[in-house]
Ligand binder design. Structure first.
Ligand code: MN
Length: 257
């Protein structure tokens, strides 16, 4: 199995180093990751500037762009083979519920998925890398279990995985669950720059709003590794009929004198 490994915290992040070490036990791994922290860059591509790719002493390649840039360039210009799997992470902090919309960690895996390659995004629930080795070894174990048995012609799939910061002995089995929902983000933080100009910092993410049984929030709170299959189709399928009927009705009203 050949894995392309990326992240959004940058090529020096402990989560990437730990996951790389663990994945080497189960696959051939190439790392192509952002030069600097690109958290919350989602699937952004850099289209207004050239991108440089450098190689670090440990063999990791790093790109002056976003996580999606890394995977996009890897698949369209850097690698001379097609990876079997794109893995992203381990991220410094949770990517649960609405986080997945913003997450650069998910964005990297999503980019591979858009190219037809299965992907897995890994995050640790709490920031600070506590019990990172346990998370990396659990992640590699999951890759070994799901990464085999899916041929090149199979439909691509995408998994979002959140791992509680627990020692190996306390981590509970992977639980397949849906995404929860967060409360709205906190207020922007307004400050003055050194010249007295107001500057704004984006506020923190909201707490869990829907953390019901069956969500990623609930699974990780109980010590389970949360595994959520996600897709790129943003269509609100439940609303298709509602809008089709509504537009038809308003067209009829328009044509009535
Ligand atoms: Mn990050």
């Amino acid at each position: 199995m050949k894995i392309l490994l990326c992240n959004d915290d940058g090529f020096l992040a402990p989560g990437l180093l730990a996951l790389h070490a663990a994945l080497q036990q189960v696959a051939e791994v190439d790392v192509i990751a952002p030069e600097r922290n690109n958290s919350a860059r989602s699937n952004a591509l850099t289209t207004d500037a050239p991108l440089y790719v450098h190689q670090a002493e440990n063999g990791f390649r790093y790109v002056t762009g976003t996580p999606a840039d890394c995977v996009h360039l890897a698949l369209t210009g850097i690698l001379d083979y097609r990876p079997d799997l794109v893995v992203s992470g381990i991220n410094n902090g949770a990517n649960m519920g609405d986080d997945t919309i913003y997450s650069g960690t998910v964005g990297a895996a999503m980019e591979g998925y858009l190219f037809g390659i299965p992907g897995i995004a890994f995050s640790q629930v709490e920031r600070g890398w506590r019990h990172l080795d346990a998370a990396a070894s659990a992640a590699a174990d999951l890759v070994r279990r799901v990464g085999s048995g899916h041929g090149r012609d199979a439909a691509p799939w995408l998994l979002n995985v959140n791992i509680p910061n627990l020692p190996a002995g306390e981590l509970r089995a992977p639980r397949v669950c849906r995404l929860g929902r967060r409360h709205h983000a906190k207020e922007a933080i307004v400050m003055a720059d050194p010249r007295g100009e107001p500057v704004y910092w984006i506020g923190g993410a909201g707490g869990a709003m829907d953390a019901a049984d069956g969500t990623d929030f609930d699974a990780t709170a109980r010590g389970h590794i949360a595994v959520t299959p996600i897709s790129a189709d943003l269509t609100d399928h439940d609303a298709l009929a509602y809008w089709a009927q509504g537009l038809k009705r308003s067209a009829r009203m328009d044509s009535t004198p």
